[in-house]
Design a protein around this ligand. Sequence first.
Ligand SMILES: [Mg+2]
Length: 346
Amino acid sequence: MINENKTLKKFIGLEKELIYKKAFGSLLGVAFGDAMGMPTSLMSPLEIKKVFPQRITKLLPAPKGHFIHNGLIAGEITDDTQQTLLLADLFIEEKKFSRMGVAKKLLEWAKSLDAFKSMLLGPSSLRALKMIDEGVSLDETGRIGDTNGAAMKIAPVGIAHPGDYDAVVKDVAEICVPTHNTNIAIAGASAVACAVASGMVNKELDGLVEAFYYGAEEGMKLGNQWYGASIQKRTELALKIVRSGKKEEEIWQDLYDYVGAGIAMSESVPTSLALVVYYNGNPIKTAEAAANMGGDCDTVGAIAGGMAGAYSGYEIFPQEIIDQLSLVNNVDFNLYAKRMTDAIFS
Ligand SMILES: [Mg+2]
């Protein structure tokens, strides 16, 4: 595959503004998708219809009694964005992603939220972080981690390496060592991060889809061999569904039924890519679909939003949404994008 980063480096002065716009877009895409999917997270389509009879089209609070997100207000992000920002912090501080750095950041964050005693963490991260806390070697802690936590946080790796897919896959594998060191997890996270890296430099969605497949293929060669449905073949199926010509809500249902939107890597990652394609890389629309579709809504929203936001850039987000996300979560996403951009060009 052509290494588009070589072209980028030649035009370094001209491209910095573009990289910043795309980095900001990707981070906002993760946060908006996460916050839109937060109220319906881990609910079935039927349950969503019961609790939210009207289609969800804006940021809402969690419904009373939600078993993970009870009490969260409209616009609040969850672990998906929090872990994404941890990786962004790591890159800003160290200009690279090391397994030790990732393990340290994740463990500090989990402990600060008392996450071992709550429902906050996914199964792979919970198991691995407990082992890391007990002093088990990082070579062991991620041995069977295969769920979508590896993909939900991975956008900063794509942002850090615009158009450089081999660098992306290498860093994804390093980041996955502590918690998600299986070929399935590395493949799913590499596919997403390569799509982000493509969105940072490409104007065509075809290039993003090609980069996604490249990441999945290369990622499958790395980590511990583990079982699971093929990410590429599930993606072929997901793309067939969004190109079927059916009505929007039938497409959501078909994605949910045939490909899945659950915590398995081979469900949520192909479905997320299919939403990006269906909505022509619009992160507002991918987030709305993820929130209404059912399943791991916040994570599908975050994964699709990270890819679509890199592709579209931040200007697609209305200023009120940017302000709401920043204010409610006390996070300056704009500053994150600026600092990441500075780190890339330093
Ligand atoms: Mg979450």
